[in-house]
Write a protein that binds this ligand. Structure first.
Ligand code: ATP
Ligand code: MG
Length: 591
C-alpha cells in the first residue's frame, strides 16, 4: 500500500525526531530477538533489521473511531516510511472491560485501513497481558532496589497525602518500610492474602515533586477479577502508567507515540524505564515517548464511552451504524480506506490541538472516488412523467434504447444501458408548476433534456385531491435524442436525470447526514446528546437504473447529481437493493 503523499508531511514534527535519531544512529545497534522480552532475551538476538519500531496500542474495550484511525495511520505510516515495523498491541491490562468482539473488530479495522502488523513473515501482534509475569518481576526488582513500597493507607489518606498543584505531598507512614518487608507484603498481595483495595504497590520517587505524577504513583492494585487472557491467575493488576512503558520496552519500541494527555506522564515513563534499564532488566537503548494533539473532528464525538452510550441507548443502530465515526461505521457509510488515510494525513500531526472539519473527509472521499466510482442515475423522490406524444411518435409500447458511459472520462469501462418509454420517473423537485426565478428545469412551456435521452417540453401536471402533484406531462421533441445527428440543434438550459418506468428498479436509499448539529458536540463538557440531528437519517424509496440491479455489497457509485453512494454491506443483496449516501457532490448541508 502506498501512503498518500502530501506536502503536510513536512509539518509532521515526529518525522524530524525520527530523522534526527536515524542520522545519529540512536537505535542502530539495538538488538531484537524476534519476539518481545527482557534485556537478556534481546541481547541474545541479532541487531534489529527494523530501523524504528512504533506501535498502535488500543484497549480492546470498544470499536475504533476516526481518532484511532489517525493514530493507526501515524504509527503504521511512520514505520512504513522509515524502514521500520509497527506492532499492533492490545493493551489489555485492565481485566474488566475487554471482549473478543472488540479484539476482532480492531484487527479487522486496521487491516481494512490498509495496514499490516506482519513484517518479514513475522506477526507483530501482541497482548500486554502476556507481559504480566515480567511486570510482576519488575515490581519485585523495584522493591528490592528500594524504588517501590507497599502502601496500606486508605484511598482517602493516599489522596490527601498526595497534595495538589499548590500543596506538596507528604510521605506515607508506610514509605519507610524495608525492602524485605515490602517484598513479603507484595507477595501477600499477589497471593490473595489482602482484600481488594487494602494495599497498593507504589513507586518511591518524590512526594514533593512539582509533577504530581511523580509523587509515588501506584504501580499495582489488588482487584479480584477474571481476565480474558490470564483467567484467575492474578488478583493484582498493573496500573496503565506502569504497564505501558514496560510493554514498549519489552517490544523494542523506539518511538512511543501517544496523545498529549500523557505529556505529564512522560517523566514517570522515563524514570521507570531508566530505573529498570539500570537494574539490567530492560534492553537499551530504551523507547522514548512523544506526544501529539489528538484528532478532533467536527460534528462527531470521539470517545469510546460516549459512542457506547449512543449504541446502548439505541440512538444509533449499532457500532457500525453509518452515522457513527467508528471505522466500522465509516466503512459501512461508504468511506474508503484511502479517503480516511488522506484525511488523517491532511489533518497533520502537531502539538497544537484543533478541530478538523468533517467536510475534509468528504473532500477526500470525492477525490478518491471521482475517478473510481461508476456512475448511475437514481431518482430519490420519484414523480411520474408521461410523454403524451410517445405512442404517436415512437409507437405504442416502444422502448427506445439509451446508454451512458460507466465513467465519463474512462471510455474503456464501457457503457450502461437503459431504456426510455412513454413513462419515466423524474425527481419531484425537477418540476415546478410556477417556476421560481432562475429555475431552468421543468415547468409548463419549458424544455429540458432528459440526460442521455431526448429533449421534452412540459405541457402540464395532474394533482390529487389534496393538491399534491402526482404526474407531470410533457411532449417529446422529435430528433433530439442524445448522440444522434442534429440532437443539439434544440438548445435547452436544463438537463435532468431520470429512470425509465419500465426498466427502473426499486431501491431503499438511506440518506445520512451529520449525527450532531453542533460543530463541537461535547466541547466544554456540554451534553452532546442535546445536539443530536433529528434528520441524520432519512430513508426513501427510490427508483434506480437497471445497471444497479446486479451491484454487490460495498460497491460504490456516483449517483449523477446526487452524490456518492455505497451498496450497504449488511442489508444489500438477495433481491433487495439498499444504498447509503456517503457524501453529497459538493459541500452543502445536505437537503
Ligand atoms: P477513548 O477515549 O475513545 O477510549 P483511548 O485513547 O482511551 O480512546 P485507546 O484504545 O487507549 O483509546 O487508544 C489507542 C491509541 O489511539 C492510543 O495511542 C491513543 O492515544 C490513540 N487515540 C485515541 N483517540 C485518538 C484521537 N482522537 N486522536 C489521535 N489518537 C487517538
Ligand atoms: Mg485509553
Amino acid at each position: 500500500m502506498n501512503a498518500p503523499k502530501d506536502d503536510t508531511k513536512a509539518g509532521n514534527f515526529l518525522r524530524a525526531i525520527i530523522e534526527r535519531d536515524l542520522a545519529a544512529g540512536t537505535y542502530a545497534q539495538r538488538h531484537f530477538a524476534g519476539t518481545p522480552g527482557d534485556a537478556a532475551h534481546h541481547a541474545a538476538g541479532p541487531t534489529d533489521a527494523a530501523r524504528i519500531r512504533t506501535r498502535f496500542p488500543p484497549e480492546p474495550n470498544g470499536y475504533l473511531h476516526i481518532g484511532h484511525a489517525k493514530s493507526i495511520c501515524l504509527n503504521f505510516g511512520l514505520a512504513q516510511d522509515y524502514g521500520g515495523v509497527c506492532h499492533l498491541r492490545f493493551d489489555d491490562t485492565n481485566p474488566e472491560k475487554e471482549e473478543q468482539e472488540y479484539v476482532d473488530a480492531i484487527l479487522d479495522a486496521v487491516h481494512w485501513l490498509g495496514f499490516d502488523w506482519t513484517a518479514g513473515g513475522v506477526e507483530h501482534l501482541y497482548y500486554a497481558s502476556n507481559y504480566f509475569d515480567f511486570m510482576y518481576r519488575a515490581g519485585e526488582a523495584l522493591i528490592e532496589a528500594g524504588h517501590a513500597y507497599v502502601d496500606e493507607q486508605s484511598a482517602e489518606e493516599m489522596r490527601s497525602s498526595r497534595g495538589d498543584f499548590n500543596t506538596l505531598g507528604s510521605d506515607s507512614p508506610f514509605r519507610a518500610r524495608t525492602p524485605a518487608e515490602n517484598l513479603a507484603r507484595f507477595r501477600e498481595m499477589r497471593d490473595g492474602r489482602l482484600a481488594d483495595g487494602a494495599a497498593v504497590l507504589r513507586a518511591k520517587i518524590d512526594m514533593a515533586s512539582p509533577n504530581i505524577n511523580l509523587r509515588d504513583p501506584a504501580l499495582y492494585r489488588i482487584k479480584r477479577a477474571t481476565h480474558h487472557n490470564t483467567g484467575d491467575t492474578w488478583c493484582i493488576y498493573p496500573m496503565y502508567t506502569y504497564a505501558h512503558p514496560i510493554e514498549d520496552a519489552l517490544e523494542g519500541i523506539t518511538h512511543s507515540i501517544c496523545t498529549l494527555e500523557f505529556e505529564d506522564q512522560r517523566p514517570f515513563y522515563d524514570w521507570l524505564l531508566d530505573t529498570l534499564c539500570n537494574l539490567g532488566l530492560l534492553a537499551q537503548p530504551r523507547p522514548h515517548q512523544y506526544e501529539f494533539a489528538r484528532l478532533n473532528v467536527t460534528h462527531v464525538v470521539t470517545s469510546k464511552r460516549k459512542l457506547r452510550a449512543l449504541v446502548d441507548e439505541g440512538i444509533v443502530a449499532g457500532w457500525d451504524d453509518p452515522r457513527m465515526p467508528t471505522i466500522a461505521g465509516l466503512r459501512r457509510r461508504g468511506y474508503t480506506p484511502a479517503s480516511i488515510r488522506l484525511m488523517c494525513e491532511r489533518a497533520g500531526t502537531s502539538k497544537a490541538g484543533g478541530w478538523t472539519d468533517y467536510a475534509s473527509l468528504d473532500i477526500a472521499l470525492r477525490e478518491d472516488l471521482d475517478a473510481k466510482a461508476a456512475r448511475a442515475m437514481a431518482v430519490l423522490d420519484p414523480l411520474r412523467l408521461v410523454l403524451t406524444n410517445w405512442d404517436e411518435l415512437m409507437g405504442a409500447g416502444t422502448i427506445d434504447a439509451c446508454s451512458a458511459p460507466v465513467h465519463p472520462a474512462q471510455a474503456e469501462r464501457g457503457r450502461r444501458a437503459f431504456g426510455i418509454g412513454r413513462e419515466v420517473w423524474i425527481e419531484r423537485d425537477d418540476f415546478m408548476e410556477q417556476p421560481a426565478k432562475g429555475y431552468f428545469r421543468l415547468f409548463p412551456g419549458n424544455r429540458v433534456r432528459l440526460k442521455y435521452g431526448h429533449v421534452i417540453e412540459c405541457t402540464g401536471c395532474t394533482k390529487d385531491d389534496e393538491g399534491r402533484i402526482v404526474e407531470v406531462q410533457a411532449a417529446l421533441v422529435p430528433d433530439t435524442k442524445s448522440g444522434t445527428p442534429g440532437a443539439d440543434a434544440v438548445k435547452v438550459k436544463g438537463v435532468i436525470t431520470w429512470v425509465g418506468a419500465t426498466d427502473g428498479v426499486e431501491a431503499e436509499v438511506r440518506l445520512y447526514d451529520k449525527l450532531f448539529t453542533d460543530e463541537q458536540p461535547d466541547a466544554g463538557g456540554r451534553d452532546y446528546k442535546a445536539s443530536l440531528n433529528p434528520d441524520s437519517l432519512r430513508v426513501v424509496s427510490a427508483i434506480v437504473e437497471p445497471s444497479l440491479a446486479t451491484s454487490q455489497p460495498d460497491d460504490k457509485f456516483q449517483f449523477e447529481r446526487h452524490g456518492y453512494f455505497v451498496a450497504d454491506r449488511i442489508d444489500h443483496g438477495e433481491g433487495r437493493l439498499v444504498f447509503n449516501r456517503t457524501a453529497t457532490l459538493r459541500e452543502t448541508f445536505a437537503k
